[in-house]
Design a protein around this ligand. Sequence first.
Ligand SMILES: [Zn+2]
Length: 376
Amino acid sequence: MPDTCHAHHAPRRNPLREPGLAAMAMALLPACLGTATAQTTDTGARMERVAEGVYAIVHDDATDEWPHGNTGVVMADDGVLVVDSTYLPSRARADIALIRSITDRPVRYPINTHWHFDHNNGNAAYREAFPGVTIVSERNTRDYIDLNNTWWPRMATAPDSAKRLSLAKLEEKLETGVDDAGDPLSVDAGQVRERHIRQRHDELEELASLEVVAPDLIFDSALTLSLGDRRIELRDWGRANSPHDVTVYLPDEQILFTGDIVVQAPVPYLGDSWPVSWIEVLRQMEAIPVTALVPGHGPVMHDHAYTRQVRELLEAATSRVEAMARRGMTLEQIQGAIEFDDLRQGVWSDPALDDDWKTIMDVLVERVWRGVRGQG
Ligand SMILES: [Zn+2]
């Protein structure tokens, strides 16, 4: 995989909004076109070719608080299968435009890997664009997604919701022109805040009228779909990142869409997870041959190196927390004493993580502490 090409084509924010500029940049990078890294982009996402007719859409965050999950796209003679539909319908509609720029085949199956809304709030956009779609999920996941219907319009966007209060606080900071430390905001910081505020207003407006569309084809344990010549295997792994995490695997092409079982953002999302059972899920997944692995968040990978790194972190957390609990330490004492610096390798050694690493590990320890005591 020529990573240098990938880096040129993968700006965090797409600077190539002017058609002329985009054409010029394309002309300067002829070696990347028509290769495995050819991409289609818009201002908030890049659609990366993973194999013939298989793509990953990697999105910028929706707001400074919420990400979009990655979207997988599998094309076949008689239609398109999509893995996850993002956090906001507006983003899903933009993804549909990207998909339509490559194929005129209709989307037939949007798959929801798990119930977390950054992977399925966009279902409505697919139902609207392709009225015949069949939305697929594991059985319990369907019920959790259905319940999101009361969460978004009635709670998350209510007048006194945490979301609205947090936005009001952000607006106040911009108004007073000082940061958290009381220092004046630089022009750049002010502009960043303005963008964040605009995004959060758009988000609230969209969520307040959100129609959550629950899956209509449900399965237990496993389901195999055929689309044209492609065989597509869905498998529920049970408790890992969520109560039921589903992977989507193309056995002929050896491409694995992991949902949030694998996340590099740049660390896994650990809150509300089941780290103890997650270990065995990762161990079994490592035995699946992959030419490409599309995580729930983060860049497309081509082996299980990062899968193993996550498993080793969860294993170390479990054995360390259990040993400390056996010595009679409380959760707070364990959080105060435990060390994970030896596991900060690869992308996790980035100094930008210094401030957050301890907080993230505290969350992991809390979840593991419940797990080793049979509570999660
Ligand atoms: Zn997610």
